[in-house]
Design a binder for this molecule. Sequence first.
Ligand code: ADP
Ligand code: MG
Length: 246
Amino acid sequence: MNAILEVRDLSKSFGGIKAVNGVSFDVAPGELKALIGPNGAGKSTCFNMLMGQLEPTSGTVRLQGEKITGLPPRKIWRRGVGRTFQITGTYQSMTVAENVQMALISHHRRLFSVLPYAHTLYRDEALALLDVVGMAEQADRACAILAYGDLKRLELAIALSHNPKLLLMDEPTAGMAPKERINLMQLTADIVRDRGISVLFTEHDMDVVFAHAHHIMVLNRGELIAEGTAAEVRENARVQEVYLGG
Ligand code: ADP
Ligand code: MG
């Protein structure tokens, strides 16, 4: 099947620093793919270019065959590229369900027409999405009192409300306890399987990566140095060198 995302020769320089240097890869439909690499390898720079936050110095990005390079973030998001790394996307004064309802209202472009009765709209759809992320029982709690791990799961429900084809998650488990990390990635893997979407994520916890990613790419100093299954990447001499500081 055709790739959902095709990245070709993507580069970004900041002054003299080549933060990302000639990176090419595909993401297949239904694939859970990890981009790993040491701090400063260029992972976030890559993600920011895929989302339209940063303009590449050169290279192209295609979503389902259509070039999206250089489009503003909102247009890329509208075409079906979701993301979850922004915790600030939740409205603290609203309940969990209301946050998802707001996302659904925005997705259906009905924000201004429905504001007076927004709290009743898309309630059932919101509850269904909260059920997907295991938060149905917390639907009517205020966001402000949620535990960090629950806020992360709420973020995932909000991202899903836009029905993305591809989800980009830049260090989704940062700041979480080890057990919570495994849970969030298990949940993500279940969503990938059940909804057939693709996910590209970065993560520094290797246990999480090796346990869940279908395919792993390793970035070092802006260049992809290895890719493959967990076993292949683990045994790769260059990867060991980078991670063990050889
Ligand atoms: P990672 O996410 O893998 O830790 P980054 O993509 O954040 O790596 O950073 C890659 C390199 O690009 C680093 O050397 C970083 O200092 C540099 N960099 C990132 N963003 C900027 C920026 N806005 N201006 C200048 N240099 C940057
Ligand atoms: Mg980063």
